[in-house]
Design a protein around this ligand. Structure first.
Ligand code: UGA
Length: 422
C-alpha cells in the first residue's frame, strides 16, 4: 500500500515485530518484501506502532490479523475481535470522506455481519475484502491481483461510498482487465473459504489418483498432464506429493467444516474431512515407504530430508508435511538430518529437536542411506544426482514432491520412488 503511493501505518501488539519492521526488517522471509519494506520505511510513507490510536484520522483501516485453528477445528476469532475492539474508540475521525474498515482476515461466514453494526455506529463502514495472495508470491500477487472482491453492506449508499474509496485505494494495482467483484458480506467471506477448499480438494483428488496409479503401476504426472489439457480442469494444483501444509489450506478446510456444522450443514461439507484424511495419508504413506525400503536397517539408517518449509520460497513451517515426516522418522531411524535454505537457521536455535539441521544439502546427503524430497526448493530439484550418489552411503531417493527427473536419478544409480509415478 505504501509502495503504490499511500501513507501507511501498521499496528501490531508485538513490540519486537514493530521494532524490527520499523528498522526495515521483515519478521519472515518473503521474496521481494524486504526491498519494498526498506524503500517505504526510509521514504517515511510507511511506519509501525503498537499504539492503536495511530489509526486515528486514517480513511481506510485494514484488518489482517490471524484466525488460527481452535481445538475444535473452528476458527479462533479472538484476534479479529480484539483488533476491532481496539479500533472502535479511534474510528469516526477521518476528515477526508467516507471512512472504511476493510476486513482481510479469513473468517467464518457471518463474521462481517456480526461486526458491521458496531463499526457503523462510529460512522465508518465495514467492507469484507478477502486476501488471495500465496506465500512465496506475496508481493507479486498483491501488486498484480487476479481479482478483487468487495463484500459490501446492504445499504446502497454506504455500499457505493465504500466501493469508491476502495477503488481509489486499489487503482494503482488495477489494470484495465483486473476483475473487481462486488457482493454481499456473506458471499465475500465464502469466496475466500470456497477457493481454499477447492484448492485443497484438487490436491487431495490428484493424490488419490496417485495412490491408484501406484496400485496399477500407472503414472500420475502423465495422468495430470493429460486431464489438465481439458480447460475445465486446468494444469495447476495437480501436483501429487506429500500434500498441502501451511497456515491456510489445512486450517481453512477444518474451519469451514466447523462452520457448516454450526449452520446445520455438516453433511454438505463432509467430503472435506475426506480431503483432510487423504492429505494426512500422503504423509503417512511416505513414512511407510521409507520404513519398507530400509527394512531391518531402519534403526541404524541415516535419512536426509530435503526441505522443512511447507512450500519453497518461504520460511513458514506451519503444518509442514516435510517436518512431520522428519519428526516421525527421527523416532524410528538411526538418525535424521533436515536441510532447508531458509528454515534451517530458525530450527537450529531449538536444541531439543529429534533431528539434526543444516542449511547445506551436501552436508545432509553425506553418508545418508535415503534422501526424501520434502519441499521442492529450486536448489534441490536442480541437484546433480551423480554428485548426490557419490555423497550418500546408499543411493535411494523418495521424491515426495514429484519434482525430480526419475530417468536422471535412476541413471545415476538411484533407487527412485515418486508418488504415483512409475
Ligand atoms: C493458499 C492459497 O493458494 C492462496 O490463494 C490463499 O490466499 C492462501 O492460502 C491464504 O489463504 O492465505 P499458500 O498457503 O501460500 O496459499 O500455499 P499454496 O500455494 O496454496 O500451497 C499450499 C500447499 O499445497 C503447499 O504445501 C504445497 O506444497 C501444496 N501443493 C500445492 C501441492 O501439494 N500440490 C499442488 O499441486 C499445489
Amino acid at each position: 500500500m505504501a509502495d503504490i503511493g499511500h501513507e501507511v501505518v501498521g499496528i501490531d501488539i508485538d513490540q519486537e515485530k514493530v521494532d524490527s519492521l520499523s528498522a526495515g526488517n521483515a519478521p519472515f522471509f518473503e521474496p521481494g518484501l524486504s526491498t519494498l519494506l526498506r524503500r517505504n520505511v526510509s521514504s517515511g510513507r510507511l511506519s509501525f506502532s503498537t499504539d492503536s490510536s495511530a489509526i486515528r484520522g486514517a480513511q481506510v483501516h485494514f484488518i489482517g490479523v490471524g484466525t488460527p485453528q481452535s481445538s475444535n477445528g473452528a476458527a479462533d476469532l479472538t484476534y479479529v475481535d480484539k483488533a476491532v475492539e481496539q479500533m472502535l474508540p479511534h474510528l469516526g475521525a477521518c476528515e477526508s470522506g467516507a471512512e472504511i474498515v476493510a476486513g482481510k482476515s479469513t473468517v467464518p461466514v457471518g463474521t462481517a455481519s456480526r461486526l458491521s453494526q458496531r463499526i457503523a455506529a462510529t460512522g465508518a463502514t465495514l467492507v469484507w475484502n478477502p486476501e488471495f495472495l500465496r506465500e512465496g508470491f506475496a508481493v507479486k500477487d498483491t501488486l498484480e491481483p487476479d481479482r478483487l472482491v468487495y463484500g459490501l453492506p446492504d445499504d446502497p449508499r454506504d455500499a457505493q461510498e465504500a466501493q469508491d474509496v476502495l477503488d481509489a485505494v486499489y487503482a494503482p494495482v488495477m489494470s484495465s482487465g483486473t476483475p473487481r467483484l462486488c457482493m454481499d458480506y456473506a458471499t465475500a467471506e465464502l469466496v475466500k473459504t470456497a477457493a481454499n477448499a477447492f484448492l485443497a480438494t484438487k490436491i487431495s483428488f490428484i493424490n488419490a489418483m496417485a495412490r491408484i496409479c501406484d496400485t496399477v503401476k500407472a503414472d500420475v504426472t502423465d495422468l495430470a498432464d493429460a486431464i489438465g489439457m481439458d480447460e475445465r480442469i486446468g494444469h495447476r494444483f495437480l501436483r501429487a506429493g506429500i500434500g498441502f501444509g501451511g497456515g491456510c489450506l489445512p486450517k481453512d478446510i477444518r474451519a469451514f467444516q466447523a462452520r457448516a456444522d454450526q449452520l446445520g450443514e455438516g453433511e454438505t461439507l463432509a467430503f472435506l474431512a475426506e480431503v483432510d484424511r487423504i492429505n494426512d495419508w500422503m504423509r503417512a504413506s511416505v513414512i511407510d515407504t521409507a520404513a519398507e525400503l530400509l527394512g531391518d536397517d531402519l534403526p541404524t539408517s541415516r535419512i536426509a530430508i530435503l526441505g522443512a518449509t511447507f512450500k519453497p520460497d518461504s520460511d513458514d513451517m506451519r503444518n509442514s508435511p516435510a517436518l512431520e515426516i522428519a519428526t516421525d522418522l527421527a523416532r524410528r531411524a538411526g538418525s535424521v538430518v533436515v536441510t532447508d535454505p531458509q528454515a534451517a537457521p530458525i530450527l537450529a536455535v531449538n536444541d531439543d529437536l529429534p533431528y539434526e539441521v543444516t542449511t547445506e544439502a551436501q552436508d545432509a546427503l553425506a553418508d545418508a542411506d535415503l534422501a526424501i524430497l520434502g519441499t521442492e526448493w529450486h536448489e534441490y530439484t536442480q541437484l546433480d544426482p551423480h554428485r548426490a550418489a557419490r555423497l550418500m552411503r546408499h543411493a535411494r531417493v523418495i521424491d515426495g514432491r514429484n519434482a525430480l527427473d526419475p530417468q536422471a536419478w535412476k541413471a545415476a544409480g538411484f533407487t527412485y520412488i515418486g508418488i504415483g509415478r512409475r
